[in-house]
Write a protein that binds this ligand. Structure first.
Ligand code: F6R
Length: 369
């Protein structure tokens, strides 16, 4: 049942080309139009939405944070991402014009369920993005967009995360299509780019020996920091969460731009720092800015582990370790850059001899508030 792998987690990491592929399947036509029949919310309501609130916990919330960059860009609808358990305790502004997107792999997370109930009481429409057929959150939502990642057994979420990003992107593209804004023309291109993602994930998996080895070599690390910018920021936080959960060491994700506002004080000789490097083609010279962050932390003794885009050889001069992922548009990069971070955490935790499928103190479904 583990498909020849040592753990469910490893199997599920390798299921990811399929998880993304299945989630895309049958949801667009050959002309690049989205077909989301399951989105049974009146189109006039979807057209009048003036705010999107994404509610989720943990890894699913990081998927929401990634999606925010894409949804705001394509739809020009203000999008907030909030942890479900914070949401209803602060008198949030939600009404009939709010579209809530509840992201949950299990569909049973009590915090998210309670937030969904609260949002609906305020008149909001709720779309669930969920991996578990017929679970509670989809049943209590107005509509559901299922991720088709297949059952996720390992406690730490991997393939569901990539499938959630994929589904949230489809939702964003669908809203852009419906609302006919100026980004309408991009939809077919983005769909074409998305269709190349499964093969690119496979390429990352096929090339994973080096990052596996590095994870194993770092089994004695006491703390690992993760830096990212733009969509790479939530990816950095997800990479850190995987390491906390699986390897029980301190790990923290930062926005690279925030470094000089505090976290750089943490850097001392030998501190491992994983950097999710923006593509050299990213807007607003983000790449150059992160390269300069890497130089700053290296000058203070950090050991840098850089996830970069293929062809970006400039980073080699500034990094102890570089891992390349295939070239892809910036908004889709998280579907690739996350994968080496999952493999790194898995390898490090395995080298420590920990049970990666059942980390201590954690449950797969958190059904209490
Ligand atoms: C992390 C992890 C958790 C879940 C969170 C939400 O690897 O698995 O952070 O992502 O508990 O769970 P769902 O998505 O089932 O609502």
């Amino acid at each position: 049942e583990k498909g020849g792998f040592d753990s469910f987690m490893e199997k599920e990491i390798h299921d990811q080309p399929d998880a993304v592929g299945q989630t895309l399947l049958g949801r667009s036509d050959v002309d690049g139009n989205l077909i989301l029949d399951e989105l049974r919310i009146d189109e006039t309501i979807l057209r009048s939405v003036d705010k999107i609130v994404v509610l989720a916990c943990g890894t699913s919330a990081y998927a929401g944070q990634v999606a925010k960059y894409a949804i705001e860009h394509w739809c020009r609808i203000p999008t907030e991402v909030e942890l479900s358990h914070e949401f209803r305790y602060r008198d949030p502004i939600v009404n009939e014009k709010t579209l809530v997107v509840a992201i949950s792999q299990s569909g049973e997370t009590m915090d998210t369920l309670m937030a969904v109930r609260y949002a609906r009481e305020q008149g909001a429409k709720v779309v669930a993005i969920c991996n578990t057929n017929g679970s509670t959150i989809p049943r209590e939502s107005d509509a559901v967009l299922y991720t088709h990642a297949g059952p996720e057994i390992a406690v730490a979420s991997t393939k569901a995360f990539l499938a959630q990003i994929t589904a949230a992107y489809l939702l964003g593209l669908y809203l852009a299509q419906l609302r006919g804004n100026k980004y309408r023309d991009e939809i077919a291109d983005v769909l074409a780019d998305l269709s190349t993602i499964p093969a690119k994930i496979q390429a990352v998996l096929d090339d994973a020996d080096k990052i596996k080895q590095l994870g194993a070599d770092m089994a004695n690390a006491k703390s690992v920091l993760f830096l990212g910018r733009h969509v790479g920021f939530p990816v950095a936080m997800e990479g850190a969460l995987k390491l906390k959960e699986l390897a029980y060491i301190h790990a923290e994700g930062f926005a690279a731009g925030e470094l000089k506002h505090g976290p750089i004080a943490l850097i001392e000789e030998g501190q491992p720092v994983v950097v999710v490097m923006p593509s050299p083609s990213a807007r607003d010279s983000l790449h150059a800015k992160v390269v300069s962050n890497v130089q700053e932390i290296r000058a203070r003794g950090a050991v840098t582990i850089v996830i970069a885009e293929a062809g970006d050889t400039t980073v080699e001069a500034y990094s102890e370790h570089v891992f390349y992922v295939p070239e892809t548009p910036t908004l889709l990069a998280p579907l690739l850059t996350t994968v080496p971070l999952q493999i790194f955490a898995l390898a490090l935790a395995s080298a420590k001899g920990y049970d990666v499928d059942q980390p201590r103190n954690l449950a797969k479904s958190v059904t209490v508030e």
